[in-house]
Write a protein that binds this ligand. Structure first.
Ligand SMILES: Nc1ncnc2c1ncn2[C@@H]1O[C@H](COP(=O)(O)OP(=O)(O)O)[C@@H](O)[C@H]1O
Ligand SMILES: N[C@@H](CCOP(=O)(O)O)C(=O)O
Length: 327
């Protein structure tokens, strides 16, 4: 359960008195997510989500996330909307943390995504990329290549506690990706940067909403595709599923065709994306704050995914003929 910061009932009731959300009936910490503290609120007006932003989120970045959610919603993307208090502010403070209340989205995230879910997220991701084109604010990606070495340095001395040889494996991959191979001239835009299954809600096999824009930033659009390829197109034993990859990539390509350069770079971007999540998972795994209610995610899952991506030569290995997707 991701609750790093506890909130007392009287404190919450006082906080809610600044909103037009009626009376607090009940609330509970949410048993999912690893980044921020989230609570499900039940008030006399309905259900809402309260997020207290934690370690990886700087307060001055919150207007970007809140503005992006409003922008995307205005372009037809279903995502949570921040609620304003009686003073007209969406961002306030609770228990010493920046705090936001958002509306509750219908749907559930898929525990075992199938090819139809993968197609759904491919289409939704491309639509989000298109909808983000005219968003005026920008935020650099703090967790792109230059952000990986500091994470590695935090974890290196203890990495082998998880798997013998892990520190050397990570160092070698980092050296390679830092060594000038990372793409520079691919199409850029606003990316979600964490569109894992637990951040995509479905009603049946239809996407009903995207949540959790905490890592959203400006970066290569194809990097977002690579993140999803890793997050959606492997089985629970970490074997790659070409049927899911084909469904995902083709659905993305029908909304926004990947250029030849993006396709050529995808295996490399997927290596980087695998390393990025491996490193944050490793740091989080080794540093669970005392008293926090959180279930850290498995870093070794991403070792296996990274090994697969190291073996990929081209889009063919993802089950896709390039001609159908080229811009
Ligand atoms: N707007 C929402 N509507 C419904 N449930 C939500 C909403 N936002 C978050 N949740 C629930 O809270 C969980 C954690 O939210 P998430 O934003 O992914 O956490 P974190 O901030 O730690 O990344 C989600 O998996 C979902 O169950
Ligand atoms: N998706 C990340 C973890 C952070 O995302 P959250 O939405 O689960 O808080 C991972 O799987 O490593």
């Amino acid at each position: 359960m991701a609750v790093y910061t506890d909130v007392a009932a009287d404190e919450l009731a006082d906080f809610l008195s600044h909103f037009e959300l009626g009376e607090l009936l009940s609330y509970k910490g949410i048993a999912e997510g690893v980044e921020n503290s989230n609570f499900l609120l039940h008030t006399s007006s309905g259900y809402f989500i309260l997020t207290l932003y934690e370690k990886r989120v700087a307060r001055n970045e919150l207007p970007f996330f809140l503005g992006l959610m409003a922008h995307l919603a205005s372009r037809g993307i279903i995502c949570p909307q921040p609620l304003k208090n009686k003073s007209g502010e969406a961002l306030s403070e609770l228990a010493g943390r920046p705090a936001v209340i958002i509306n509750f989205l219908e749907g559930i995230w898929p525990r075992k995504p199938n090819a139809a879910h993968c197609a759904g997220v491919g289409q939704a991701l491309a639509k989000m990329h298109l909808a983000g084109r005219d968003f005026a604010m920008t935020r650099p990606n703090a967790l792109s290549v230059s952000g990986w070495r500091p994470l590695f340095d935090q974890a290196a001395s203890r990495a082998d506690e998880l798997q013998h040889g892990l520190a050397d494996f990570l160092r070698a991959e980092l050296d390679y990706l830092e060594g000038g191979v990372w793409p520079k001239n691919l199409p850029q835009g606003v990316i979600h940067a964490d569109l894992f299954p637990d951040n995509v809600f479905f009603l049946g096999e239809k996407v009903s909403g995207l949540i959790d824009f905490t890592f959203a930033c400006n970066d290569m659009l194809a990097y977002d595709v690579a993140i999803c390829l890793n997050a959606w197109c492997f089985e629970s034993d970490c074997s790659f599923n070409v049927t899911k990859a084909r469904a995902f990539l083709n659905a993305y390509g029908r909304e926004r065709a990947l250029s030849e350069a993006e396709q050529a770079a995808l295996p490399l971007l997927a290596r980087g994306a695998a390393l990025r999540f491996l490193l944050t998972r490793l740091v989080d795994f080794l540093n669970v704050p005392p008293g926090a209610l959180v279930r850290p995610k498995d870093p070794l899952e991403y070792v296996r995914k990274l090994r697969f991506q190291q073996s990929v030569a081209s889009m063919r290995d993802y089950g896709v003929e390039t001609s159908g997707l080229v811009a």
